[in-house]
Design a protein around this ligand. Structure first.
Ligand code: ATP
Length: 477
């Protein structure tokens, strides 16, 4: 539903969640800035993930590695040679496309026409050609499928070429001794190169994990779809180091654990599905995606990968440093295997926004009415509590300020006295504030306020002394 998607994008801009980057210069393609409420939402998601990974798992610790890494890192990881997507240019439109995206669009078309067997056959053929890196075969497939991408007549394609997705820059002054380095395309390598540092200093015993949240950069060619596919984005990754031979067990464990985390966001199970990979990335032994049903269809939010000893073994080879672990339980040295969970923070923001965004018709026979409400789980909401004096006089602002001062050290609050109360409620709905308390004349007499709940718009009177506890209870739940 592209209308819904467009509505969410506009809402994000209008209410201070997400802006196009450097907008006064007409923006920068596939780069976005988080505004005042978007950055709070994103931070809450980060904190929630971080806590569930590190605080709740005694055998997982977090690190924060640099974006710049020694250039050999990306040789060892395989990114210099294999981190590329097959691309094709259309000679008529002068546009460049990712081959898999072109073919996937054709598969969707066939499915919509009710041609399921043809769609499946095309999917299988594409997977086979991608896995074999058969570039001429992919071109033939595009031609025989008569993929046109909006250009009339017979489409005129170039050959298919591999296009590396890493950004590079120079370290040091731009002179002969400057060396070319990359902006990391994934956070994982910062964890692998620190494997021994953390294992030794943290006295970690296999199985254990290292978690990290940080920026990653990819020169995406097809960079559309808002914050779904960006050139600068954030990943939340966890590499779990295990004894070789236990990879199937741990792969299944993390598949299940991660799905449970997603369901814990209050998103219903039918909005998720697993997609097992047929075509495996250069490092993987087994891999699957957790897909969420965005307004633009089911798409990947998180990948779970069984990486074997690919990374540590290659770093051992390139760095000549032993990447082994001595396992006291079986009295053996080995290079641990790795199960990785890798979730895009920005995609998670988009998922949470897509799930929360609701346009509600509140019309009564007497009056047409509607509202847009973001039904965030309270713990992810940018603001938890709005404190609103009914009028600007009679000492109501002073009393409201007292509540504000008492609550603001505990959770994010928002104070506002301008405009009619109904209007203020709607603005809080639009940014997803789960609770509003209104201070009125009765408040001064009996020390109570009206609390209004975002989702059902119900109101009730509660003692001022209970406000913080009521909000806190919801944040824990
Ligand atoms: P895609 O197939 O969508 O390009 P991927 O399979 O290359 O993604 P991974 O390398 O497995 O992605 O990265 C792990 C996660 O990082 C993805 O599940 C996604 O949430 C996030 N991610 C990857 N690329 C981008 C991007 N360009 N913009 C935003 N998030 C991204």
């Amino acid at each position: 539903d592209t209308n819904r998607f467009q509505a969410i994008i506009s809402h994000c801009k209008e209410y201070g969640f997400i802006f196009p980057s450097s907008e006064i210069y007409d923006g920068l393609s596939a780069v976005y800035d988080y505004g005042q409420w978007g950055s709070e939402l994103k931070k809450n998601i980060k904190d929630h993930w971080w806590k569930s990974m590190t605080q709740l798992n005694e055998n997982i610790v977090g690190i924060d590695a640099a974006i710049f890494m020694h250039p050999t890192t990306w040789k060892a990881s395989g990114h210099v040679d294999s981190f590329s997507d097959p691309m094709i240019d259309n000679k008529d439109s002068k546009k460049r496309y990712r081959v898999d995206h072109l073919i996937e669009a054709r598969i969707d078309e066939l499915e919509k026409e009710g041609k399921k067997p043809e769609a499946d056959a095309l999917q299988a053929e594409m997977d086979r050609l991608l896995a074999a890196s058969d570039l001429p075969g992919l071109k033939t497939l595009i031609e025989t499928q008569k993929i046109k991408c909006g250009v009339s007549g017979t489409s005129n394609w170039t050959d298919v070429r591999d296009f590396n997705l890493m950004f590079s820059t120079q370290l040091g002054s731009v002179s002969e001794d400057a060396s070319e380095i990359y902006l990391r395309p994934e956070t994982a390598q910062g964890i692998f190169v620190n494997f021994l540092n953390v294992q030794k200093t943290g006295r970690m015993k296999v199985p254990f994990g290292i978690a990290q949240i940080g920026k990653a950069f990819r020169n995406e060619i097809v960079a559309r779809q808002f914050i779904f596919r960006m050139r600068e984005f954030e990943q939340m990754e966890m590499q779990f180091f295990i004894r070789p031979g236990t990879e199937n067990e741990w792969y299944n464990y993390w598949k299940e654990a991660r799905m449970k985390w997603h369901l814990g966001l209050g998103i219903p199970a039918e909005k998720y599905r697993f997609h097992d990979h047929v075509k495996l990335a250069h490092y993987a032994k087994a891999a699957c995606d957790i897909e969420y049903e965005f307004p633009i269809g089911f798409k990947e939010v998180e990948g779970i990968h069984s990486r074997g000893d690919f990374d540590l073994k290659n770093h051992q080879e390139y760095s000549k440093k032993k990447m082994q672990y001595f396992d006291p339980e079986i009295n053996q040295n080995y290079i641990p295997y790795v199960i990785e969970t890798s979730i895009g923070l920005d995609r998670t923001v988009l998922m949470v926004l897509s799930e929360a965004y609701v346009e509600e018709d509140l019309s009564t026979p007497e009056k047409a009415d509607s509202r847009v409400v973001l039904r965030f789980p309270p713990r992810l909401a940018p603001i938890k509590l709005a404190i609103l004096p009914l009028t600007k006089k009679d000492g109501l602002p002073e009393l409201a300020r007292e509540i504000m001062e008492a609550c603001k050290p505990k959770f994010r609050c928002f104070y506002e006295e301008k405009d009619a109360i109904g209007k203020r409620y709607r603005r809080m709905d639009a940014i997803g504030t789960p609770f509003c308390v209104t201070v009125d004349h009765q408040s001064k007499e009996d020390a109570t306020v009206t609390i209004r709940y975002r989702d059902n718009m119900q109101q009730e009177r509660i003692p001022i002394s209970e406000v913080a506890a009521i909000v806190n209870r919801q944040l824990e739940g």
